[in-house]
Design a protein around this ligand. Structure first.
Ligand code: PHE
Length: 495
């Protein structure tokens, strides 16, 4: 970036990354989060283990890497967040950027609540270390207990959001980059430690078998294949922070001399490594403690509680470290969700030549995110007796219908509702539109190649990326969205 441009950015309080390593740590920080540690193991556990892993890896290569490159390029070329970037490339498609902002809020609605839960466990173990019962007498059943502790749910929801506000207010270099550069490597080593510990538990071997023994049974019917595909695809977008503009925003702060193509490989590779590592910690632990792989969103919390509490007082220490690590992963992700919103409003202010304040924008975004998260925090994951009623109850369906499998997953609780509309619909839709626009309208040759080659690095992946933008990503996404519609409107009705 030239000095002039740099000055202009500073003047408008926009900012840039200090180094490519710093950017990478922030982007990897955005990608690695609850999606990897909470989401990946439970989805792999409930959707066929090995078969899920293979489909997931194929999706990362043929869709994830490609959409990552598309978003980084669009962000850096225009120097704007999602809304400004689409508007700059073609006024007609500004709404695609707004779709990203909508996704950011739907993701934040449940992300902050989960982040709060992680903090609650972290404090629980901290109290245990100090000799106080940190789990209110509920021990291994703590997950069931905390869901009904409404004031606790709200308190930690707010606390997690406050952590985000503090970091994002610090700006790009001083806040986000500084935090991630220390936090991400620390996370890697702490996870390694937990994996090694779990590996020595008797019975853990079964978990590796479940993950690694080739088994394509779940893919043997078309319906089964689509079911695994749509879950893996949603998980992939969620985990790589793609399809909603967070990566466009991060790309917009990136220096012209950096190699986009290389970055678009490194980020998915690191993210996938951490997801597989998390599965290598949690699924074997599940096997060692005789627990269900397919227990859904509670898997992380329930399984690890068994692991740590069975370790005696040393377990309190390991439990604290573990949740501290998950907290770091979560917060480096949620700040990028907030940043997608903050960048949008900063760009609007800059365009209108108004004085813009990062702090004020972030505070307003935080309050909005808190409000949309309230039903997720208070519906006890859809329990009929919770203070806030789950969507299916509000729609007049009954718990009996839920038990009979007649309630679509999208409405069985508020967490799933926000999860399905964001990672199941908005993000694949965002990726579909972007891939079609790049592949067919703006053209890989005219948009991607020149922007990537500005840095002086040769763009060697033309054929691969072009075929993916034009065909593979769009076809994949149409199957995913079709599967989603089938699930919502048809499957539940047949059941
Ligand atoms: N990738 C993050 C995770 O795995 C979540 C996220 C999604 C962050 C979208 C930013 C944008 O936890």
């Amino acid at each position: 970036m030239s000095d002039n441009q740099h000055l202009e950015h500073m003047e408008h309080d926009r900012g840039t990354w200090g180094s490519n390593f710093g950017f990478l740590m922030a982007a990897v920080g955005s990608a690695v989060g609850l999606g990897n540690i909470w989401g990946f193991p439970y989805k792999m556990g409930s959707k066929g283990g090995f078969a899920f892993l293979i489909i997931y890896l194929l999706l990362v290569i043929f869709v994830g890497v490609v959409v990552m490159l598309g978003e980084l390029t669009i962000g850096r070329k225009t120097g704007k967040g999602a809304v400004g970037a689409y508007a700059a490339l073609s006024k007609k498609y500004k709404w695609v950027g707004y779709l990203g902002i909508l996704s950011a809020f739907t993701l934040l609605a449940f992300y902050n609540v989960l982040g709060g839960l992680v903090m609650r466990y972290m404090f629980g173990f901290l109290l245990q270390i100090m000799g106080v019962d940190g789990f209110s007498g509920a021990g291994m059943g703590f997950f069931g207990y905390i869901l009904y502790d409404y004031s606790g749910m709200i308190f930690f929801h707010v606390l997690f959001i406050v952590c985000n506000v503090v970091i994002v207010m610090g700006g790009i270099q001083g806040g986000i980059e500084k935090f991630c550069t220390v936090a991400m490597p620390a996370l890697f080593f702490m996870l390694l430690f937990v994996i090694i510990y779990v590996a020595f538990q008797p019975g853990a071997g079964e978990g590796y078998k479940f993950m690694l023994t080739p088994n394509f049974e779940p893919l043997s019917s078309f319906g089964g294949f689509i079911d695994v595909l749509k879950t893996a695809a949603g998980q992939m977008f969620f985990s790589l922070s793609l399809g909603m503009g967070a990566i466009i925003s991060y790309g917009s702060y990136l220096d012209k001399k950096e190699d986009l193509q290389k970055n678009s490989l490194i980020i998915p590779a690191c993210d996938t490594l951490i997801a597989v590592m998390a599965a290598c910690a949690i699924l074997p632990a599940c096997a060692a403690f005789n627990m269900e792989y397919a227990q859904g969103p509670g898997l992380l919390f329930n399984t690890m509680q068994n692991v740590f509490l069975s370790m005696g007082s040393f377990g309190n220490f390991v439990g604290f470290m573990f949740y501290f690590l998950v907290f770091i992963a979560a917060v480096t992700s949620s700040i990028s969700l907030f940043e997608a919103i903050v960048t949008w409003r900063l760009d609007v202010g800059i365009e209108k030549k108004q004085k813009v304040s990062r702090t004020k924008i972030m505070s307003i975004a935080a309050v909005c995110a808190f409000i949309v998260g309230i039903p997720v925090a208070l519906d006890a994951l859809g329990a009929a007796d919770a203070v806030v009623k789950a969507p299916y109850l509000l729609l007049g369906m009954t718990p009996e219908q839920l038990a009979a499998g007649q309630v679509p997953m999208a409405i069985d609780c508020w967490l799933d509702f926000f999860d399905v509309i964001s990672e199941g619909i908005f993000m694949p839709l965002g990726a579909l539109i972007m891939a079609v626009l790049i592949g067919w309208k703006w053209k890989t040759r005219n948009l991607i190649v020149p922007e990537c080659e500005i840095s002086g690095h040769k763009f060697w992946g033309y054929t691969f990326f072009d075929i993916c933008f034009k065909f593979i990503t769009p076809i994949g996404m149409i199957l995913v969205l079709g599967g989603q519609i089938y699930d919502f409107f048809i499957k539940a009705l047949i059941a």
